[in-house]
Ligand binder design. Structure first.
Ligand code: N01
Length: 544
């Protein structure tokens, strides 16, 4: 294994992997096991990806821990035990560290290093990546495991740099504990991140001011500890569980209903919704088959949840402001919370409704809205990400004939299976923007994608092929399918990062594959089974 040092001489590898989140960690392990000379390059100081950076109070995964974990190694899943149904960030990061230790992954990574450019060298049939440390690394294959949520986005509000108090970004949270006691704390953003912070910090801060523009839908998580008997039983069934996850639209173990909402009489529908509310987690989505395709069904569930908000939040004005309206439930990523709405009944927590009183600017001492200024000691930004494409487009990525990915994707991302891009041979993305990305379990998707790429590279090695590129026809076919499915989905009806509307100037559209992880996997398998008929290959100049 070569170890690239800071040098003007390019380091030659077989595979470059960008990112040390769950996708990149598995990719590095997989290629190393296959005997390739592989190095992972990661901007953060260690493994974990989004879980390395997002150390904000209350950070937690809202997928069940046993689902949100690797299935590729039975040793790992037998040795690791989760403590809660929905694990908190410290435990997930500890899991990433456990995996890195167990597989001795760190020796194959360069941390605190960012890839700034990656350029296809047609003559050499290789990718030449440059890092912010001035290193040049060359390899025939480049795998981008850069994550759909890794480029934080600051709010588009004047004055952010003027604020003299403590400014905290959720996605770059300090590694040291932050003390909120007695402080006047403001937070902008009430997506999944903001909700998790509010329910935690509201109980700690002197005063908490929540600047909410669009209310999100959130449902009770009802998290609980996992009993030793449960864990032991689950470990016996891991193989069957992993198989079930491969067959599941969400890439998780929870079965998805085939029952349409209106197939039940009204009283039974009410009972099912009440049960789902009490049961917690993503039970709602598992109760009915058509909540993302039937507007009327969606409206009824939305009414049910709005009524619950009204029952919990004591101040009628705050309750009304917290009720989402004007877009379908589940069309914005549904959050799972622990007493989020109850937090607004605390005397020190104040909802600042930016729909009726918009933020004008951030000042030296706080936030000024149209009505007046709120003085703050601390300001938390939970304002989301330049998602799906942000991390890929942040790199100066040039394919055949020097073509920039940024230019190719000027009207939105286009790829085959979210993994390969026409004009960019031997470049792969895991959990890419035209796959099921954030609509399914990202670890399940990453494992699928890395395996698919690994099989393709093995095929190329066996056949003496130097480069693989998806044909324009195949890319068009995939994108037509992605866009046709998106057309039928209610998901496109909300203004969110899912459709790119949260970033000024970004092309809007639902470009994720909404057909479910199971169908996506079938497409991947069919592409391989066809002998990679969707790809064009060039013969090797030399064998990898
Ligand atoms: O980001 P978001 P997030 N003025 O984009 C507001 C995953 N995740 O970090 O909608 C005022 O959802 C913005 O308001 P609006 C999960 O996939 C998972 O919360 O633009 N407000 C919105 O409220 C999630 O979907 C977990 O009107 C402004 C917020 O900032 C994804 O990460 C936990 C503003 C951004 O919400 C992203 O979630 C956390 C402005 N100028 C995250 N600009 C779990 O697994 C932006 N906002 C539980």
């Amino acid at each position: 294994m070569s170890n690239p040092q800071t040098t003007s001489q390019p380091t030659r590898l077989d595979v470059i992997v960008v990112g040390a989140g769950f996708g990149g960690m598995y990719a590095v392990y997989k290629f190393r096991e296959m005997g390739y000379d592989v190095t992972g390059i990661e901007a953060g100081g260690d493994v974990g990806g989004v879980w390395y950076w997002n150390r904000y109070p209350g950070a937690r995964c809202d997928l069940m821990s046993v689902d949100y974990s690797y299935g590729f190694s039975d040793e790992i899943q037998q040795e690791w035990s989760w403590s809660e149904q929905f694990a908190a960030q410290p435990e997930i990061l500890a899991y990433a560290n456990f995996v890195a230790d167990r597989l001795d992954l760190r020796k194959s990574f360069r941390f605190n290093t960012r890839v700034t450019s990656a350029i296809w060298d047609e003559a050499g049939k290789l990718w030449r990546a440059t890092t912010d440390r001035g290193e040049v690394i060359e390899a025939p294959f480049c795998v981008m495991s850069t994550g759909p949520l890794s480029i934080p986005k600051d709010p588009d509000i004047p004055g952010l740099d003027r604020f003299k108090g403590q400014l905290l970004r959720a996605q770059k949270w300090p590694h040291e504990p932050v003390d909120f006691a007695g402080k006047r704390v403001g937070i902008i953003g009430t997506g999944s991140t903001g909700i998790q912070i509010v329910q935690e910090v509201g109980r700690k801060a002197g005063e908490l001011f929540v600047f909410q523009r669009t209310p999100s839908w959130t449902l009770p998580m009802r998290n609980h500890d996992l009993e030793p008997d449960y864990i032991a039983e689950m470990k016996k069934h891991y193989p069957a569980m992993r198989e079930a996850m491969r067959m599941n639209p969400t890439g998780g173990t929870r079965p998805v209903s085939t029952r349409p909402f209106f197939s039940l009489p009204p009283s039974q529908r009410q009972d099912v919704m009440e049960h789902a509310w009490q049961d917690g987690g993503h039970t709602f989505l598992a109760c009915f088959s058509d909540l993302l395709s039937n507007q009327e069904a969606n409206d009824q569930v939305a009414d049910f949840v709005r009524a619950k908000i009204g029952q919990i939040v004591e101040d009628p004005k705050a309750a009304e402001a917290l009720k989402p309206r004007g877009y379908p439930i589940f069309a914005r990523r549904p959050c799972l919370d622990t007493e989020y709405y109850e937090t607004y009944n605390l005397p020190n927590v104040h909802l600042m409704d930016c729909l009726t009183d918009p933020i004008v600017e951030i000042t030296e001492t706080g936030i000024r809205t149209e009505v007046g200024e709120t003085e703050l000691d601390m300001l938390i930004l939970a304002t989301g990400y330049d998602a799906l494409t942000g991390a890929l487009l942040a790199i100066d990525l040039r394919g055949r004939d020097g073509r920039l990915l940024r230019d190719k994707w000027a009207s939105g991302p286009r790829s085959f299976l979210g993994m390969m891009v026409e004009g960019f041979p031997n470049l792969f993305a895991t959990s890419g923007p035209n796959g099921p990305a954030a609509l399914a379990n990202l670890i399940t998707i990453a494992e699928n994608d890395v395996d698919w790429v690994a099989n393709l590279i093995e095929h190329m090695k066996a056949e003496g092929l130097a480069s693989a590129e998806v044909t324009k026809a195949a890319e068009d076919r995939w994108m037509n399918l992605v866009l046709a499915l998106a057309e039928r989905s209610l998901v496109r009806k909300a203004k969110t990062w899912w459709v790119g509307s949260n970033v000024k100037g970004k092309p809007e559209g639902l470009t994720m594959f909404v057909g479910g992880f199971n169908k996506y996997r079938e497409h991947c398998e069919a592409a391989a089974a066809s002998g990679y008929a969707d790809l064009s290959f060039e013969k090797a100049l030399e064998k990898v």
